[in-house]
Every structure is written in structure tokens, then in C-alpha cells.
Design a protein around this ligand. Sequence first.
Ligand code: GAF
Length: 389
Amino acid sequence: MTDTEHGAPRTAAAFREVYGAEPTGIWAAPGRVNLIGEHTDYNDGFVMPLALPHTTLAAASARTDGVLRLHSGGAAGGIVELRVDDLRPVAPARWAAYPAGVVWAMREVGLPVGGADLHYDSTVPTGAGLSSSAALEVVTALALDALYALGRTPQELARLTQRAENAFVGVPVGIMDQTAAACCTEGHALFLDTRDLSHRQVPFDLPGEGLRLLVVDTRVKHELGDGAYAERRAGCERGARALGVRALRDISLAHLPEALNKLAGDAVVQSLVRHIVTENHRVEEVIAHLDAGRTRAIGPLLTAGHASLRDDFAVSCAELDLAVDTANAAGAVGARMTGGGFGGSAIVLVEEADAQTVSTAITEDFAAAGHLTPRVFTAVPSAGARRVR
Ligand code: GAF
């Protein structure tokens, strides 16, 4: 039994305490790390996330009176009560905007969703770049899909939750995190083409190869809603327009020099374009290595991806750079920041035998630099969203 299944009885008990009745069911959706393909998902590009064992659980029951009640074990402030008819794209309250947005997005496309009582518990760290928002959105969508017998596919639910975040919460995220939460499977990374949403489960058995993937949560809180993320996205779209393509995904590595020439005079957009084009190429190289069983060969590509995010895309920070540099100096196979950046987490691919040394080196260097103590744990490729009870 996973920690998620272990947590289900506690979540059911909390639901009973809050709402005074038994929940109809309990659902779970995971956080994620992204192996490679960063900021490519709003450029129609490639990504490769894997789900973490950390999940958000939702205990839920439908209501017949159009009232939506939301309660979280991790948030102060008690029950947030809303009427589904009154939902408008202005956040009702910080965390509750995500599930409320999902109800709104479903009703916007004509799905027959009414009221519900929901209680959430989560082990996905918030503000750590590990997709706690997508876990909250996707678990809500899955619960409502079951409670109202909507019969939507995981990918359809991912699209609906992305719309909730874009149009209701107001953050212009891509589709990676929601698809990861909805579609990842145990023991695999998810190779996703964000243009047509075609995807493939790629076996990712690190222990079998004597390897380990560490997550280093720098504990520098990252926020996607503060404008820097939207700015990067707008810059990429400006680049695509200037180059006359639908999205930057349409520029191949071979055509990058020509594209950069055309963009002469706009150094910022040139750098954004260079990151997206080289990053898409790195994802393809990583896939080729994994398909050929050359897992260790992806290390330098992870590290090159970090340099590109730091220098060209400008979304790293001192703590993420230190985690990556220290990991590599201490013998890691490769390392990079993961997720949106501006804080959050890094991933480190390391030989099993070196994991402790690398982890200790990072913790010591953070202390020496006066940073917060990072949280280091192993990323075990885990299941996507599911019903647990
Ligand atoms: C955040 C966003 F939510 C994703 O859509 C993606 O753009 C990512 O940053 C960067 O790759 O997690």
C-alpha cells in the first residue's frame, strides 16, 4: 500500500468531521517533477514529467442544492462556501480558486456539474515547483467526473483544469502539469508532445540501473502568478510572430542561427527562442538515449538544460544554481532546476552509491551560503490520478 492509500482513512475521517457524513469516494492526484523540456509546453513543444508519490487527496460527495463547499486540512480559514451559479473568473479565496475554477470550467463547456462537498489533504509541498496546484485541480476534476458521471478521459480533464487555471485563476500555464497529474503511470516518465497531446509512457527504472533521481526543494517559494512567467510566455509568442511560425516548436535546431539573425535587435527574445529550440532538441536526445538504454548519457543534457534556463531563459536563482553546481562537483551524473523556476526545486541524477555524498554536499553548501536548509528526497516515478476508495 502506498502512503496515499494509507492516508485515505484519515481523509475520510476529516470529511466526516467537517461535513458530518460519509464521503461518496476518495480520489488522489500526484505532484510531479519534470525530467527535461522546461517552458516548452506553451510553445507546442516536448516535455517529460514523472509523477511523485506525494499526492493531494479529495474526499467528496455531490450536493443537490448548487452549493460548493471546500475545505482543506492544510489551509486556515475553515469551509469556503460558494454557489456554483455565482462562480466568476475572479478568485474567491487563494487556494479555493483552483477547485472553484475547475467547477466553473466544467460548467463553461456545458458539463452538468452541480454542488459538492470536498475536503482535501495533501503531501505535495506547496510553492516548491512540484505542481501542487495541478494536483489540486486534477483531483477535483476526477472527483466531479465520477460524482456527476461525466465520463471524461484523463486528457480531457487535464485540458479542463488548464482552462480553470488560465481563465479562472488567471495564470497562463501550459498543459504539462495537469497532464502529468492525470496521465503519468508508476515506473514511467511521460513523453508528451504538447502540440497534439500524443504521449508515450517511457520506462524509467533507475534503481534497476544503480541510479537515483534526487529532488532538492530549495524552500525558496516560487509563484507563477507574479508576472515573470507570463512575461516569458509573451516573449516566446512575440518571437513566434516575428519568425512567422505558429509556435517556436516549428523552429528546428538547424534553423536556429537563421532565426536568431532575423531577431537581431531584440536580444531578450533571441535568448528565449534559443532556450526553447535547444530545449526541444534536448528532449529528443534524452528520449533517444532512454529508448536505447543509455540512461547515464542523459546527465550532461540535464545540466545543459539548466545552463540554458539560467542564462537564456533567466528563470533560475542562486539557490537552484548552487544545488546544481554542488551536485555536479560532488559527482552527480547531471542536474537541473525543474518546473517554472524562480525558486522551487532542482533534480539530480546520481549513482546510487553517491547519493548520500551528493545530498550532504548540497546541504553543507546551502548552510555555508546562508540559505535555508533544503529538503532532499528521492523521486520515485509513481501513479497518476486515480480513485482510492
Ligand atoms: C509551470 C507551468 F505550470 C507549466 O505549464 C510549465 O510551463 C512549467 O512551469 C515550465 O516548464 O510548472
